[in-house]
Each structure stands twice: as C-alpha cells, then as structure tokens.
Ligand binder design. Sequence first.
Ligand code: ASP
Length: 438
Amino acid sequence: MAKVVKFGGSSLADANQFRKVAEIIRSDRERRYVVPSAPGKRFPEDTKVTDMLYQCYEAVGKGKNATAEFLPIAERFNEIISDLGLTINLDGEYDIIAENFRKRAGRDYAASRGEYLNGIILANYLGFQFVDAAKCIYFAANGEFDHDLTDACLASVLGGYPEAVIPGFYGARPDGTIQTFSRGGSDFTGSVVAKAINADLYENWTDVSGFLAADPHIVENPEIIEYITYKELRELSYMGAGVLHQDAIFPVRTARIPINIRNTNIPDAKGTMIVPEAPKEADSKIITGIAGKKHFSVISIEKDEMNSEVGFLRRLLTVFDNEGIGFEHIPTGIDTMSLVVSTEELEAHPNTVEYIEQVCRPNHIEVINNFALVAVVGRGMKERKGTATRIFAALSHANINIKMIDQGSSELNIIVGIHEKDFEKAVRVIYDMFMLSE
Ligand code: ASP
C-alpha cells in the first residue's frame, strides 16, 4: 500500500510547519512518496519563495549581482535548515543557481529552484531519498507535458526506493532545460506521481480543511464537502472554486485514485474526498456545492429562420475560432442564439461583433455586459424532482431576475445567468434553500 502526499507552500513555510509535515508523514507508514511545494507565506504580508525567485531572476537580467540578489532566498532556506537542527549545507547549490541565473537559464528554471531546494531539505529531514523531478518528469520539445514518458520513468525510478521526496512544479525537456507547470502546479506533480506508482490514495495537504460548499466570502461558514466526484469538481473548479490546481484530477482520474484534501494545521479533520463515485451513505444531499463567476458578456444574435439555415452555428463559431476566443455557453431559441463569453476576452478582440455581422448577417446583434453565472452542482439532482423549481423559487423570492438557464446534459449542474449586481445574493439564497433545509 502506498499513498502519495503533497504539501503546499503554506505547509512548508518554516521549520515549525516542516515539523507538522514530518509528524503527519511518520504517523502513517503508507505515506511513502512526498511532493513538496516551495516555502509559501509565513504571514499575510510575506512573499512566497517562488515569487522571490521570479523577482530575483528578473533583477539579475537587469544587471544586478546574482549572488547578492539570491541572498534573501538562501537565508529563508538556511533558516529552515538551522531551526530544524539539520547539518546539510546548501551553499554549493546556491552558487550553482546564482551562476545559472547569470547565464540566463530561464524563468522556469529560476522558479523551479524553490521546490528543488525545499525537496532536498525535506528529504534530508525525513531520511527519504531525494529524486530530482528533472530526471523523471518530462516535457516534449514543443513544451507539452509528456505523460507516457513521465509515467514510465517515474514508475521505474520510484520502484527502486521505498520512500522518496520528488519536488513539485517542474520537469525537463529532452535537451535538459527546466520547464514548470502553471502556477500551483505541484498539485499536478502529486497527481502524476500517484498515477505512476498506482497509489491507493493521493493526499493533498494544504491550509484549509477541504472544499467548501460555497465561497466563504459570500456565505457565512459554509459546510465542508465530504465527498465530491471528479465530475462535480470539474464543474465547480471551472467556475472558480479553486483549492486544487484544475488539471490535477486528470492523471489520477483515469486510474480511479481518490484525492483527499487535508489540512496540515488540523490533521485530524477528514477533509474532502474526491472520488470516481461517492459511497451510498454520502449521497443524501441534492447539492454538493455552488460556485459562480462574474464579468461575462452575452452576444445576443437574432436572425429570421435561423433554425433552418444550415451551417449558421458553424459560421458563427469560425469567428471565435479565428479570434481564439473561448465561450462558456450557447443558449439557443428558434431564431435567436446567445453566446456567453468572458468580458475580458471579448474586449481583447474588439472586432468580434463586426466579424459575426459579416459572416452571419443577423437581423440584430447586441452585446450585454455585467453578466454573472451561478453553477449549482450536485450528483443528487439526477434522482430528485423539483431541484430547478427550488432554485428558481429561491431567486424569485429574492427578487432576482434570471436571464439564462442551462442544465448540463449529465444532469449534474444547473447554471443560471443573472445580473452581476445580484451575484452574491443569488449564491446566498440558493445555499440557504438547499443546505439549511436538509
Ligand atoms: N510554488 C509554485 C507556485 O507558487 C507551485 C506550487 O506551489 O504548486 O505556484
């Protein structure tokens, strides 16, 4: 049996946090493969080591002295080392990094050194083998992550060690240059490692006790979600409810390995289990969570006999394709079609409406701004009648006008479009309707 345990930056921000992490790992012998982030913030105004590294690399690019600029970063690591009473000395590593900064080894190389150095310290503290991610996590020459090569390589390297620390966030291209995943990408590394060793569980340790059923800035004290399926999480994280990097479920999902979100500071809390299917006893709730996003625009198009005009949608979407704009939803009527897109993206492509007019020749086209989407997500909806009625009743009692309705084809979510000004209120009344009455 083996568990992969990933610890986020706040879990490894200083020596005290390192001690908590070691205690968690030592309390369960199955916690054998550890993926650390770089040290995060120790207090709200603090700077994450990853951000310090980006800044340092930039300063060196502008002619500043690499060794001097790197000093505050070295000091953060040295403080952890000395506070833990370890005897390792990383001066040689710091010299190599400063030299590589001077030689302009790349922004990704710079950022990755936080995880790299933290991994060395953690491995030393735990007495585990250190495995450099550059030797077993690979990208192709075009920068795309190479799943197959990584999977095979990790399985064979880690097969040789009963316990190991593999730094998160980065890997290497075929020529050896370092490349990182996007920000927060250590979550993805943890998932890739879990898949490669066919772990029984991927534990993701952070500073919250799991996913909340709604944004705590909007709903006071929302419930912690006990079980959530991969699919539900996709619906929620896509709408901005991130605790976990949004790509992190993909590697483990194919292997049906559950992810457990846990709190390093409250290790006894059970956290949230992300699973292929929730167990029966967890299935009593209709709604698993509510999330949403503001700052959308609706492009509303009207054209007589649109329904019988073959190829209309294809022509319309060609414009989006050519402009490289993604869209969220396309609710349609007989002679109308609306596209919900992010306002920011639309503003970045100011000629979009003109192109649509040229290609589709509509009778009328207009852009409506200040639109918000609220996603109500729950695997329990499928079996129960009246969910939509309850959502609409809650919104109507709160005097909120619904501008768009969309139910996902898997009956896993209902999305409503409303005016931005009603967003917070809408989330609150829907939460109250389902969570407080069950
Ligand atoms: N240290 C990286 C970041 O700050 C990656 C991570 O923590 O997952 O984004």
